[in-house]
Write a protein that binds this ligand. Sequence first.
Ligand SMILES: N[C@@H](CCC[C@H](N)C(=O)O)C(=O)O
Length: 270
Amino acid sequence: MERPFLKMNGLGNDFIVVDARRRAFAPDPETIRRLASRSEGIGCDQFVVIGASETADASIRFWNPDGGEAGACGNASRCVAWRLMEDAGTDEVRLETAGGVLAAWRQGPMRVAVDMGRPRLSWRAVPLSGPHDTLAVPVPEAAPLGPATCLSMGNPHAVFFVPSLSDIDVAGLGARIEASPLFPERVNVGFAEVRSRTHLRLRVWERAAGLTRACGSGACAALVAGVRRGLAGPAGRLELDGGDLEIAWGIDGRVLMTGDVEIEFEGRLP
Ligand SMILES: N[C@@H](CCC[C@H](N)C(=O)O)C(=O)O
């Protein structure tokens, strides 16, 4: 039986979304690689499956285009939340993810906020290959950039603060840093230019997906890193290639992300 899917994106970070709440679907890595391929398949940054949940309104799982599973995906969480709220006619929804249950709510007709939970700041949580103060981690593959601030948003991030993004070879450096032995599970790499304490310009090389137009968990990681480094206030605008996300790191330690979502088209998996 053919499987319907929805193609969605958050600021151009795009997803194939399959609703498997009523009919289970466990795609194998080869199927994901084929469908996610932009030359041979439908093409996407992440493949997303919505499932039934006993603890929340639905569960979600995310896979990268190489077929590997990711623990978090901020933009896909917002897209799925929008779809579920439309279906149920509600303004809020709870999503079970590998990292815990996330609440999401409507902020406009095509605008959704999600509570991404608390960042984890220990070197074991990122994870790094050995003990480091995650505030300033020397990364041999990027020595001229100075140390990275590393953290987990349910997935691993390394954030570099740079004077000017136009001087940065995001793809070249990103690919080398992603593969550094310092990161045993590889890493998502953010390059952030501080425009003001409430405005960061950010480009992200995503683990197993490459350069994307936006990365929601990367935007959360960049704001958290900026606050920890004394470069940013606790709330701000993260300007990505595909548009803006509003990120706030609350006094309860939780990170909220707000931004637009878009539907591209519907189809059936080949
Ligand atoms: N697009 C994402 C992050 C997707 C997962 C990432 N590539 C990883 O492997 O951790 C987002 O919006 O957060």
